[in-house]
Design a protein around this ligand. Structure first.
Ligand SMILES: Nc1ncnc2c1ncn2[C@@H]1O[C@H](COP(=O)(O)OP(=O)(O)OP(=O)(O)O)[C@@H](O)[C@H]1O
Length: 229
């Protein structure tokens, strides 16, 4: 059976004014539904670049990218954007919530942007379902200023989950949170994998990485999976 995501020989080179710099060197990566994968590595090792390629924000210079067994490397941007919103959910270190909107309205924004307007009742069902999934349905009417950092990050996760993505990409989602709150946010992300979503987590936190089903080290653009005992 084909993998959900399969990268082979992915290379990314940045062309500066004077010289070219290779950020990713022949990365191979296979991820299946329901798996959780940590990508760890020093600052500047290429983690965010890799995540941008997986999330179709950026393209490799060489190599192939199969999604559900289909080569998507050379899709026109319009089609790539469609796949991005139908298949991927994104969570970042910063929450990027709109201050003047409630938690529910922030989550609903993802539905408006991605799929046009859904009927009001369906929209409400999905927004409340996503907030419930991350344990904060009771905060639906609160604005970000009235919420803790952990609660705001859960709103951001609900916003990522509301389109029922198949792959969740999280770039340092606990970077702005204390240890305990960060652990709860990882619990929430792992909850999505139990519903079949794949999770790729970029983190500097060893404890969070250790909770994923797989760990890959990225060292100067070279990805290697850690063999665990
Ligand atoms: N658009 C760009 N222009 C120039 N250099 C870039 C660009 N994007 C990334 N880089 C460089 O590529 C390298 C990899 O960057 P990337 O952000 O992927 O690393 P990272 O592992 O995510 O780092 P961090 O942990 O600090 O977020 C870095 O040296 C960075 O400076």
């Amino acid at each position: 059976m084909s993998a959900l995501i399969e990268l082979a020989g992915v290379t990314k080179t940045l062309k500066g004014q004077q010289q070219r710099r290779t950020i990713l060197h022949g990365v191979d990566l296979r991820v299946d539904a329901g798996e959780s994968l940590a990508i760890v590595g020093r600052s500047g090792s290429g983690k965010s670049t890799l995540l941008s390629i997986v999330g179709l924000f950026d393209r490799p210079d060489e190599g192939s990218y199969l999604l559900d067994g289909r080569e998507i490397n050379r899709l026109p941007e319009r089609k790539a954007a469609k796949l991005r919103s139908s298949h991927f959910g994104f969570v970042f270190q910063r929450f990027f919530l709109l201050k003047h909107l409630t938690a529910a309205q922030n989550v609903a924004m993802a539905l408006v942007n991605g799929q046009g307007w859904l009927p009001r009742r369906e929209r409400r069902r999905r927004v409340l379902g996503a907030l419930d999934q991350v344990g904060i349905a009771h905060l639906a009417k609160n604005r970000p200023a009235k919420m803790s950092g952990g609660e705001q990050q859960r709103v951001a996760i609900a916003r990522a989950l509301v389109r029922e993505p198949r792959i969740l990409l999280a770039d340092e989602p606990t970077g702005a949170l204390d240890t305990e709150t960060g652990t709860a946010v990882i619990d929430t992300l792992l909850g999505a994998t139990r519903r079949g979503c794949a999770l790729i987590l970029v983190t500097h936190d060893r404890d969070h990485a250790a909770r994923m089903s797989r760990i890959c080290d990225l060292t100067d653009g070279v990805l290697a999976e850690r063999v665990r005992a």
